[in-house]
Design a protein around this ligand. Structure first.
Ligand SMILES: [Zn+2]
Length: 340
């Protein structure tokens, strides 16, 4: 674990933080995914554990605590919910990440394992910090196990909950937290950062990510652009196509990416119909205008709901080929203004 760096658009929020002594013990870092909440939480964890923070409040990077943090084995930090920590639970998730990987739930066992950590005083004699990434993935029993601790946090202990969809956290948990609100950065700040990271297509990646720079950077790969180009060519820029042939050509493993592309495309078609703007696919504005003008809004809305149902089932698709074909048949029917 190297020293976490703050994203430039989150600096103002960082500078508004009170001193560690005045910081409330349970914080909820909430806001859109891809805006740097987790990096912020880790920077804050390092600051709380560092023995001699720098003048800007960031960890010094050189003290004993910081060296342990850099090595990833500070005994007074626990991170729950990272990709390897969370476990899969039957029937649990309903979201897909940008790569179409299934979501995972944080189970009660992970929360119970915190008990020992919380029961003893800090190894280094300072504070203890618990970071919970993607806290909305706490399953109900994990959330209620955590609630007791959040109601009466042990002294010198900080909880940093990170959530892109905080509404999914139980209200009882949310009510224990002080919220640090994150927002999408201004367009130019997001673009400047993406260019500095060497993004291939910064403008389009940021649009495809709905303005979230970290998501944009994750999307911006040759594989992503080539899959998108294939779908544009085979389906999206056409008014008619053969769903069976398309799925045979693209391969059923493209299902999650295809569903996400169709969701963004349908959003743009609906947005054009209602307020004349394109959010995700500005490079295709012309064809979107043409399709939106001749497609029934009601049919698009119905198709959009069908896609939402597919997203819910992506965790365990029974037959990806069949689901992909159905999506494309439904899209074609929506374009044709008939029931899919
Ligand atoms: Zn330090």
């Amino acid at each position: 674990m190297t020293q976490p760096s703050l994203h430039p658009w989150n600096r103002a929020l960082w500078e508004s933080l009170p001193t560690p002594e005045q910081l409330r013990p349970v914080l909820l870092l909430s806001g859109p995914d891809g805006t740097g909440k987790t990096a912020f939480a880790m920077a804050l964890a390092h600051r709380l554990l560092c023995a001699q923070p720098a003048s800007d409040g960031q960890a010094c990077g050189v003290c004993h605590a910081c060296r342990l943090l850099a090595a990833g084995n500070h005994p007074d930090l626990r991170v729950l919910g990272s990709a390897d920590e969370a476990e899969e639970e039957e029937g649990g998730g309903e979201e897909t990440s940008a790569q179409g990987k299934s979501s995972r739930w944080i189970k009660v066992g992970s929360v119970r394992m915190l008990a020992d950590f919380l029961a003893f005083s800090a190894h280094l004699g300072g504070r203890k910090v618990v970071v919970i990434e993607k806290a909305e993935r706490l399953n109900p029993s994990a959330a209620s196990a955590l609630l007791k601790t959040l109601e009466e946090p042990p002294p010198q202990t900080h909880f940093l909950l990170v959530a892109g969809k905080p509404a999914r956290l139980p209200a009882t948990v949310r009510s224990r937290c002080v919220t640090l609100p994150f927002a999408l950065p201004p367009l130019d700040a997001g673009l400047a950062w993406l260019r500095a990271q060497g993004a291939q297509r910064p403008e389009l990646a940021l649009a495809q990510a709905g303005g979230a720079p970290l998501t944009a950077l994750m999307l911006d790969s040759t594989g992503y652009w080539s899959a998108r180009d294939s779908l544009l060519d085979a389906v999206l820029t056409r008014e008619d196509f053969d769903p069976v042939a398309v799925v045979d050509r693209l391969g059923p493993e493209q299902l999650p990416a295809m569903v996400q592309s169709l969701q963004r495309w349908t959003y743009d078609l609906l947005a054009l119909a209602s307020h004349g703007t394109v959010r995700y696919n500005p490079d295709c504005a012309q064809i979107l205008h043409r399709l939106a003008a001749r497609t029934s809004r009601l049919c698009l809305l119905r198709f959009s709901r069908q896609l939402h149902e597919v997203v819910r089932s992506l965790e365990h698709p029974l037959n990806a080929r069949l689901v992909a074909q159905r999506c494309l048949f439904a899209y074609r029917a929506a374009l044709g203004g008939t029931e899919g």
